[in-house]
Design a protein around this ligand. Structure first.
Ligand SMILES: [Fe+2]
Length: 156
């Protein structure tokens, strides 16, 4: 399953992005070393992620307000520096659904394998795509610093 929706206004997503961009790398872990999310061919991935137990309360509260009334297992913020990428993979966690909420604009880096072939989704603040955990996906090397929100859950 691949499903698109608008989660929050562009303004709210862009406001959050400003706050997230100011955070030091110390809030994030290097996923090439910790809790790796390996590519199907075994090549290492390269990105950073901040878990919800590590994020400032202001950001935690804002993100969880986007999913009020829904059962969410975890919300992560991924950070990619230019050149960082994730090869084709399925997520290493065992939850049924993952939702990516975009914060940036006009980046064509998230690729999803659909029954009709690979599709590339363009980042747009507040837009989201939800996939089931069987959907192979990748992130092409990013041209500029990029952040995205990852929401993990067992039911929609
Ligand atoms: Fe993933």
């Amino acid at each position: 399953m691949i499903a698109f929706e608008k989660i929050v206004s562009s303004e709210r997503a862009t406001d959050l992005l400003k706050k997230v961009k100011e955070l030091d790398d110390a809030y994030f872990i290097d996923r090439s070393k910790y809790i790796p999310n390996p590519c199907l061919d075994g090549t290492p991935n390269k990105y950073l992620s901040m878990s919800d137990d590590a994020m400032p309360k202001e950001i935690y509260d804002e993100l969880y307000s986007w999913f009020e009334g829904q059962e969410v297992e975890q919300i992560l913020v991924n950070r990619y520096y230019p050149g960082m990428h994730l090869g084709p993979h399925i997520d290493s966690n065992l939850y049924e659904y993952v939702t990516v909420v975009f914060l940036d604009s006009e980046l064509d880096v998230l690729n999803l394998e659909s029954p009709d072939g690979w599709v590339t989704v363009t980042d747009e603040p507040g837009k989201a795509v939800t996939i089931t955990r069987d959907v192979v996906h990748s992130v092409s090397p990013v041209p500029v610093m990029r952040h995205s929100i990852i929401v993990i859950r067992d039911q929609l």
